[in-house]
Design a protein around this ligand. Sequence first.
Ligand SMILES: NC(=O)C1=CN([C@@H]2O[C@H](COP(=O)(O)OP(=O)(O)OC[C@H]3O[C@@H](n4cnc5c(N)ncnc54)[C@H](O)[C@@H]3O)[C@@H](O)[C@H]2O)C=CC1
Ligand SMILES: O=C(O)[C@H]1O[C@H](OP(=O)(O)OP(=O)(O)OC[C@H]2O[C@@H](n3ccc(=O)[nH]c3=O)[C@H](O)[C@@H]2O)[C@H](O)[C@@H](O)[C@@H]1O
Length: 436
Amino acid sequence: MNIAVFGAGYVGLVTAVCLSELGFRVQVVEKDRHKLNRLQAGISTIYEPGLQEMLIRNLSEGRLVFTENGPLAILKAEVLFVCVGTPSRPDGSADMSQIEAVTKEIVESSLDSGYKLVVVKSTVPVGTGRWIEKMSVLYAKGRKANLEIASNPEFLREGAAVKEFMHPDRIVVGVASERGRTLMEEVYRSFDCPKLFTDSHTAEIIKYAANSFLATKISYINMVSDLCEETGADVALVAEGIGCDRRIGADFLKAGPGFGGSCFPKDLRAFAHVGRSYGLNFGLLEQVMQINRERSQRMIRRLREQLWVLGGKKIAVLGLTFKPGTDDVRETPAAAVIEALLAEGASVLATDPLGIAGFRAMYGNLADRIAFAESAGEALLGAHAAVIVTDWDVYRELDWAGVKDGMETPVLLDGRNMLDRAEMRRLGFAFMAVGR
Ligand SMILES: NC(=O)C1=CN([C@@H]2O[C@H](COP(=O)(O)OP(=O)(O)OC[C@H]3O[C@@H](n4cnc5c(N)ncnc54)[C@H](O)[C@@H]3O)[C@@H](O)[C@H]2O)C=CC1
Ligand SMILES: O=C(O)[C@H]1O[C@H](OP(=O)(O)OP(=O)(O)OC[C@H]2O[C@@H](n3ccc(=O)[nH]c3=O)[C@H](O)[C@@H]2O)[C@H](O)[C@@H](O)[C@@H]1O
């Protein structure tokens, strides 16, 4: 089967590489010249375990091609995956301009040609499939593009993208015709997981509903975490206590600095916007977002409990990416924590194993006002306190006894509950965790 993939970002690149690994012939259309050059040279543009080797193997065996020639890829392909971005607009709604542009390109290049299945993998508001159908008629200008639109949301997580693409918990496909369903069954034939075939509206809602539910679990446990902190209870044990109930489940109950990344914040805003646009009360999601926004202030408050005055103090921020195992800093909680520290008049020395370059590029103004260190050891030298924002293993394995003596005052806020409290206190740290 010939497949085309539009957009070589996290989702598109992983989808394309994995499908070629499964033996499909895949053409990836990418408009960003810089990305395209690197991918054509066999260099992965994102950091994902296992991706680089698979990329080189499938490129060299000729199953995977990167191109900017959309029309040619469209001509050859029977199934076209749309994996372009759907970022937030200022009002929180999803910006559909990339999807719109790809729709136009696909319609114009498939006029009077055979049947093609256009599969939307990007995360999109309910009704997107219908909009693509409507726009297809407009762009066809009275001629016929024999396109069927399907929805196939992606649930992979960054940092484990290849593994989760290849071994998903489920596959969701919103498709109307038998022909489209048969094609999607063929694409996912080798996957051994529940496959849910629905209408396109349902599939589109499943994606936002899943992300919003997971984010709700996180804000919920963060809310409970604050009560644990006030009362001397332990949020990790509370999470274990409720998570053992299979109806609740143990995952996504880790208290911390709040959720970040390119999807949860953006998708919550978009889902809440969709709800509002139908006149529905999606206030629950507004609360989830509000709790998340307040996490950085909570961390500042904890630091003040130990340091009294933050102005003029040097604080080491350990971790800039929104979670470990990725170089992605989009909507990272670290940015809010740094912002809040600077507002207190503290000076910040930040470090991260993979995120420094991305942080500098994305948060220019903020980055200009702080300093960066190559390692945690360097960041902690002379610091009045350290805050762990991202739970990288290197911070777990750090020689804390060794670095403590180099600190001005040994205050440590473990924002991810990753270190052993008793051990840290034994080493002489004024140690604080989250919700315990
Ligand atoms: N990042 C993630 O872990 C996940 C993302 N998603 C969703 O998947 C979609 C894509 O996300 P990412 O891959 O993170 O985005 P991204 O921004 O990393 O990648 C999108 C790519 O599409 C390219 N592009 C834009 N317009 C194009 C066009 N007309 N033709 C060809 N290429 C074009 C861009 O240059 C870019 O490389 C979003 O809707 C996102 O919400 C879904 C699940 C997981
Ligand atoms: O739509 C998407 O893009 C993806 O969004 C998330 O994946 P991702 O953003 O890669 O990262 P997660 O592992 O879900 O973490 C998101 C944020 O929540 C935080 N988190 C996660 C779990 C937890 O218990 N506590 C917590 O604070 C993480 O630190 C991180 O900042 C979803 O988990 C994926 O299923 C989905 O496909």
